[in-house]
Design a protein around this ligand. Structure first.
Ligand SMILES: O=P(O)(O)OC[C@H]1O[C@H](OP(=O)(O)OP(=O)(O)O)[C@H](O)[C@@H]1O
Ligand SMILES: Nc1nc2[nH]cnc2c(=O)[nH]1
Ligand SMILES: [Mg+2]
Length: 167
């Protein structure tokens, strides 16, 4: 689902995102043990920092993938895989790894992540129905036709009054 075809905008503030990422950390705290954390860049970097702080993980790597050019999904590219060092820490199939992303939409990214580390625990803060079965843990489900606007992609702007046709 791209921003153009998604009918429902779902803007998330920094406060809300911090609360939701903390809720994810609460849930993950009992799901380990995890030896290391992996952030799926770039969106996963922000929740990964919050989760790492909350559950006390200090060994952190990135899995760098790109598929959306702003809002249109294209070919999936793995720009950087997991390091040998993190795979050693994570064990066979990455079973000691906690992999964090901001959201799962179609599940295309999570599927690639799963191929790289089949036994890892994959977590996302937000999930849409198509992607939900591909993650082990998530916090908030939104409908497939929702587009989530993250605080790092948005800014404060004037809102026209409702009676003048504001959405
Ligand atoms: O379930 P999917 O349909 O694969 O979509 C989810 C992915 O899309 C976004 O990343 P994006 O590829 O836009 O890159 P970014 O994290 O660098 O913004 C988001 O951060 C997820 O990683
Ligand atoms: N910001 C943002 N990126 C996405 N990538 C895939 N789905 C989404 C979404 O709903 N919001
Ligand atoms: Mg991403």
């Amino acid at each position: 689902m791209s921003e153009e075809t998604a009918r429902k905008p779902f803007p998330v503030s920094w406060d809300q995102f911090h609360r939701d990422a903390r809720a994810l950390a609460w849930r993950l705290n009992g799901a380990g043990p995890f030896q290391a954390l992996v952030a799926v860049t770039r969106g996963g970097l922000v929740p990964a920092a919050i989760v790492a702080r909350e559950i006390g993980l200090r060994v952190i790597d990135t899995l760098c993938v790109a598929s959306y050019d702003h809002t249109t999904q294209g070919e999936m590219q793995v720009l950087k895989g997991l390091s040998d060092a993190i795979m050693k820490v994570g064990g066979e199939g990455g079973k000691g790894l906690l992999i964090v992303d901001d959201l799962v939409d179609t599940g295309k990214t999570a599927r690639v992540v799963r191929q790289i580390a089949p036994k890892a625990h994959i977590a996302a803060v937000y999930a849409k129905p198509m992607g939900k079965p591909l993650v082990d843990t998530f916090i908030t489900e939104v409908s497939q036709d929702t587009w989530i606007f993250f605080p790092w992609d948005t800014g404060l702007s004037f809102q026209p009054p409702i009676r003048d046709g504001a959405a």
